[in-house]
Design a protein around this ligand. Structure first.
Ligand SMILES: CC(C)(COP(=O)(O)OP(=O)(O)OC[C@H]1O[C@@H](n2cnc3c(N)ncnc32)[C@H](O)[C@@H]1OP(=O)(O)O)[C@@H](O)C(=O)NCCC(=O)NCCS
Length: 310
């Protein structure tokens, strides 16, 4: 078995390999090349430092590394079912950690689906420690709406992409990799890459990927915002911040207002913490689909060649 940079392979080959490693996965999440490309762009996946495991001519596994200043992120790690338990997953993980250690990365993050025991075992053995549980939830469109949120709102400000980015920059909470400000900024890179590839031809400007948001002041002095990416069928990248007032009630009101504005779309939230805002999401009609465990391998766990900067 040899490990090669993922950049030696085409998106089609990587997609096919990824899907083959996930044929028996707990939650089916097949990819196509466009979605993988979007994933790579949004989450700063670095293909030259990502690895493909090859035996003869056959890809038997792959693992990807995302990079942001000071931080790494391991994702899409998988081995073909028939190649497991032979050290391939561990070898790829180690190679990704070594790649991370070559630059200024001082901590490496990842998420694993709760109850994925093989992966949890593998990551624990490599000194990853769980930090928190994250929830993936959905909300189908609903016919009826609660008027209370509308009545409670005193002022609603409608935000454009750059205003949304400014809010996320000022946000002090530690966000998971998927919802960090870099992922939000990369929505513009996504629009640019669509335009460059010609796949945006014929798409009206307002339908190019961009973030939107509403910032709401309520009569009782509560305040908060919700930001999101709206497509024709779905609301994605939803983030809520309550700057003043009761987190459960304000979150539920913000979401009610959002869903009045976009009544026809399904909504998906990914990797949100199990805090009071999650109770607000539930009040607004969201239900849990599954959970992930976020894990980190801090600098002091270093036992790989190359050193992590402090
Ligand atoms: C998780 C996965 C990548 C592990 O790959 P692998 O090649 O089988 O892993 P390795 O052979 O290197 O195993 C290394 C260690 O991980 C742990 N481990 C791996 N599979 C395990 C299992 N089924 N049960 C318990 N521990 C397991 C063991 O500690 C193992 O060491 P050991 O064999 O000496 O006991 C593989 O099971 C897989 O592709 N699963 C589906 C995709 C997936 O879940 N990816 C992770 C998403 S976050």
């Amino acid at each position: 078995m040899i490990l090669l940079p993922a950049s030696d392979y085409t998106l089609d080959e990587l997609t096919q390999a990824y899907n083959q490693t996930r044929t028996d996965y707990l939650i089916p999440m097949p990819m196509n090349p466009d979605r993988l490309n979007e994933y790579i762009t949004l989450y700063d996946v670095d293909l030259p430092s990502s690895r493909v495991a090859v035996v003869g001519e056959t890809i038997v596994g792959l693992g990807m590394l995302g990079r942001r200043p000071g931080q790494g992120w391991i994702t899409r790690l998988g081995v073909l079912p028939e190649g497991r338990r032979q050290g391939i997953g561990g070898a790829m993980l180690q190679a990704l950690m070594e790649q991370a250690a070559l630059t200024d990365v001082h901590e490496v993050w990842l998420e694993v689906i709760k109850n994925n025991q093989p992966a949890l075992e593998l990551f624990r053995r490599h000194q990853f420690q769980p930090t928190r549980e994250l929830i993936i939830a959905r909300r189908p469109p609903r016919a009826s709406h609660n008027a209370a949120a509308l009545l409670a709102a005193r002022k609603i400000y409608y935000l454009q992409h750059e205003e949304v980015i400014d809010l996320h920059c000022a946000h002090r909470e530690r966000m998971n990799w998927l919802n960090a400000v870099d992922s939000m900024r990369n929505v513009r890179r996504l629009a640019a890459s669509l335009a460059e590839s010609g796949s945006a031809d014929g798409i009206p400007l307002h339908q190019m990927p961009h973030l939107s948001g509403i910032l709401v002041e309520f009569h009782d002095g509560s305040r908060g915002w919700v930001t999101y990416l709206a497509t024709t069928l779905e609301l994605k990248r939803i983030a809520v911040e309550v700057t003043s007032g009761a987190p459960v009630v304000v979150t539920a009101c913000l979401l009610e207002l959002l869903h009045r504005l976009h009544a026809a779309q399904d909504a998906v939230v990914e990797n949100i913490p199990d805090d009071e805002r999650w109770q607000g999401f539930q009040r607004a009609g969201y239900f849990e689909v599954f959970r992930r465990i976020e894990m980190v391998r801090p600098a002091e766990a270093s036992d790989y060649p190359g050193s992590f900067a402090a």
